[in-house]
Design a protein around this ligand. Structure first.
Ligand SMILES: CCCCCCC/C=C/C(=O)SCCNC(=O)CCNC(=O)[C@H](O)C(C)(C)COP(=O)(O)OP(=O)(O)OC[C@H]1O[C@@H](n2cnc3c(N)ncnc32)[C@H](O)[C@@H]1OP(=O)(O)O
Length: 725
């Protein structure tokens, strides 16, 4: 709703739709009614629009885009109505003015913002464009380069920047509403023509066409298959080429194209999925609604390797005082130097820089080799390398040293949380926190509860994720947890495809064309092939513990490819050694080129094992890699390791480079249709009966059999009928 009130000469229209004053049909109707009332009342000389509870508006109600009677069409006309008012209209922007909210403000004749307010047109991140005339008004107000940047990236800008750009007329530190009313009183009677953005020309840029061509090339490069950025660009370009009314028509056409694209649905699903995973629950009945986190006033990180350095940086950025511990002085000094380098770099990106981060202050960041300094910390994150014996030794020590309430977190990508917890006297306070590299950049934090982990521990880890500005996703304990467990069959298929005749660059290209930031072989070279090799040796799959006589391409009765092991035996660990699945310009180089040595090696390998080389098309590459990953996802859901498909999708989007405009693997499966996914898996598993990852999971079969229900209903089939699976 919007509340209309009349003060002296200024009528106040307050947008009201908690929590963020989203512009629903009802709000828009009330806004329109308020404007008409003000217009008809001769004692009203000006209007002020603001939002309830210190927030202007977060824009159109996103849920309305999928409603049968779609919201949206009504917004543009309301913005026009505001602009055409014969009485000055002032927007008082507090909190956020985003999307349609900012478009409403752009319809106003004056905009005044609180210094802490943020503004933006983030529609592009939802697969849309600012379809309420925003693509036509914003360039007229702040110029084409700045408008293009805001509209094609969707970034939120602070009020101070908005003032510099001319997006707002004034910023205030005190009461925005009172300041806006003062401004409204002041401008009564002044001509409104110059304040109507639709009447202004688009400011000229020298050599506009060349500028636009370059901007388009940049937008396309960054979009990687996502439609919205390019259509946003086209709408802004229309503003530079056509009168306002024609530009608005073009904007509407482009908006409709996006609205009906599957990408908008996927991105909006991703928006809500990210929020849904905050409401975590475990099969044991613990949940976000009843568990309270404990405060973390001081933390510790153990191990200053690649992961530890990123985690320390992340904690410093979150303003959490901490102790960073290494096993000896040599490693400590190496780690300290690397952390300082990361922090200096982060500080340069921030307003206030090193002073704000305060990392030279030992009270905030202390480096040590002394375990005793961990006595009074509230939370420890162990980030040593993946070795169960070492981790258990550390946790045993921690349970003796740390104060009773301290939360003990292990940064592991696959190891058993219960086994690590068994080394302590407080398994209820042990939890997995799987960070992704680089830990100060990547948004995902997989939070793994063990058999004994308490609800308080989970709530505290989730609170930590929020403090670190990460997306925490709570999952159960199994080998590889959710992310890596789904990744295993995907990578396995990629390697099998090489055995059968494909090439690393062909597989990578197919998956990068699908939208992945990086294909599996480039990723493996980046991460280092030795990491998986070590783990396979620990599992007895390769190396000296492999029993004599084990068939080269079989382990435990299943198909196995020794290709990655063979590459490691040749010293090809990826980028760090200058060669892996690709060749690099030097050790540590980043430019991957196909390596004739590898292609020759593959061909000899196929000859040795009597494998007939065949051509493998893009469709098979995608289906085998993606559907096997999705299939594992269904098994994970059936086992209760994750409480819904949204969890899997949020993990894949934020930790594994899955293209957000495809909504995550489980959402993608729902768009392909589960019967089709099932049929393909059945086909491939018949061709490769010794590959369990291709055998359709019982849950997938069940969902296909009950008629391919929508994703949000999947879990209900599990709880009702799991006994029959
Ligand atoms: C020809 C046709 C023309 C049509 C023209 C239409 C053009 C306009 C389009 C739009 O305006 S699209 C919307 C653009 N706005 C956004 O993308 C903003 C999205 N929201 C956010 O970024 C954040 O929510 C926030 C506003 C920065 C607040 O963040 P915070 O972390 O404080 O809270 P959240 O947990 O994110 O949100 C709280 C709660 O509110 C829900 N919500 C937020 N924004 C919207 C929205 N625009 N519509 C509906 N619901 C919204 C959010 O989902 C949370 O609720 P739960 O999911 O937890 O229940």
């Amino acid at each position: 709703m919007a509340q209309y009130a009349r003060g002296s000469a200024v009528a106040v229209i307050r947008l009201r739709n908690p929590p963020v004053n989203a512009l629903s049909r009802a709000v828009l109707q009330a806004l329109e009614d308020g404007l008409k009332k003000a217009d008809a009342d001769p004692s009203v000389k000006a209007v002020m629009i603001c939002g309830e509870n210190g927030k202007f508006s977060a824009g159109a109600d996103i849920r309305g885009f999928s409603a049968p009677k779609r919201l949206g069409g009504a917004l543009g006309p309301v913005v026009s109505l505001i602009e055409s008012s014969e009485k000055p209209v002032v927007a008082a922007i507090e909190g956020v003015a985003l999307g349609g909210g900012l478009e409403v403000a752009l319809g106003c004749h004056y905009r005044i913002a609180h210094v802490k307010a943020r503004m933006g047109l983030p529609e592009v991140t939802l697969g849309l464009l600012p379809g309420a005339e925003g693509t036509q008004r914003l360039p007229r107000l702040i110029g084409v380069p700045a408008a293009l940047d805001m509209i094609t990236t969707g970034k939120h800008i602070p009020a101070t920047e908005a003032l510099k750009l001319g997006l707002v007329d004034e910023i205030v530190e005190e009461n925005t509403i009172e300041a806006a009313i003062r401004l409204a009183n002041k401008v009564i009677g002044q001509p409104l023509g110059p304040r109507r953005l639709s009447l202004k020309p688009v400011p000229k840029v020298p050599n506009m066409e060349a500028f636009l061509d370059e901007a388009l090339a940049k937008v396309k490069r960054q979009a990687r298959g996502c439609l919205a950025p390019e259509l946003c660009f086209q709408a802004v370009r229309a503003a530079t080429q056509s009168p306002f009314a024609d530009g608005v028509r073009r904007e509407r056409e482009l908006f409709q194209v996006l609205l009906s694209s599957g990408q908008a649905q996927a991105l909006q699903y991703a928006f809500f999925a990210e929020r849904a995973v905050r409401r975590w629950a475990t099969p044991g009945g613990a949940s976000w609604s009843s568990a309270a986190p404990q405060p973390v006033r001081r933390a510790a990180v153990i191990g200053l390797g690649t992961m530890g350095r990123g985690i320390v940086t992340s904690l410093v950025k979150a303003n959490i005082p901490l102790v960073a511990l290494e096993q000896d002085l040599e490693n400590l000094n190496k780690g300290r130097k690397a952390v300082m380098f990361l922090l200096e770099r982060e500080a340069m990106k921030m307003e206030g820089g090193a002073q704000v981060l305060d990392f030279h202050n030992p009270a905030r960041l202390q480096f040590t080799v002394d375990f005793d300094l961990l006595r009074d910390v509230d939370l420890v994150i162990e980030a040593v390398f993946e070795n169960m014996a070492l981790k258990k030794e550390i946790f045993h020590k921690l349970s003796k040293i740390c104060k009773p309430g301290a939360l003990l977190c292990t940064n592991t990508s696959a190891l058993n949380i219960d086994e690590i917890a068994s080394a302590t006297n407080r398994p209820q306070q042990v939890i997995g926190t799987h960070f992704f590299s680089p830990a100060h950049v990547m948004r995902l934090l997989e939070i793994i509860y063990g058999r004994h982990t308490s609800p308080t521990a989970i709530a505290t880890a989730m609170q930590l994720a929020t403090a670190l500005k990460k997306v925490g996703v709570v999952v159960g304990n199994c080998f590889g947890f959710v992310g890596n467990r789904m990744m295993f069959p995907y990578v396995q298929q990629a390697v099998f495809l090489l055995e059968e005749g494909s090439r690393p660059d062909a597989v990578d290209q197919a998956l990068e064309d699908f939208g992945f930031k990086i294909g599996p072989f480039r990723m493996s070279d980046l991460a280092g092939l030795d990491v998986g090799w070590r783990s396979r040796k620990d599992q007895g799959l390769t190396g000296p513990s492999l029993p004599a006589g084990t068939p080269a391409r079989q382990r435990r009765g299943q198909r196995y490819s020794p290709l990655p092991d063979l590459l490691c035996e040749h010293g090809r660990f990826g980028q760090k050694t200058g060669k892996g699945w690709y060749l690099y310009e030097k050790a540590g180089g980043r430019t991957a080129t196909p390596d004739p040595w590898l292609l020759n090696f593959l061909s000899q390998y196929r000859d040795t094992h009597g494998i007939q080389t065949r051509f493998i098309d893009q469709e098979e590459i995608l289906e085998r890699c993606l559907f096997s990953l999705i299939n594992e996802g269904f098994a994970i859901l059936a086992e209760g390791i994750a409480s819904g498909p949204e969890h899997l999708d949020v993990i894949y989007i934020n930790g594994y480079g899955w293209p957000k405009h495809r909504g995550g693997p489980m959402f993608y499966a729902s768009t392909v249709g589960l019967p089709r996914v099932l049929a393909k898996l059945q086909k491939y598993s018949e061709a490769h009966p010794d590959v369990p990852g291709l055998q359709p999971s019982a849950f997938l079969k069940k969902l296909a059999a009950v008629g391919n229900p929508p994703l949000k209903e999947w879990m209900s089939y599990l709880s009702q009928q799991s006994s029959k699976l």
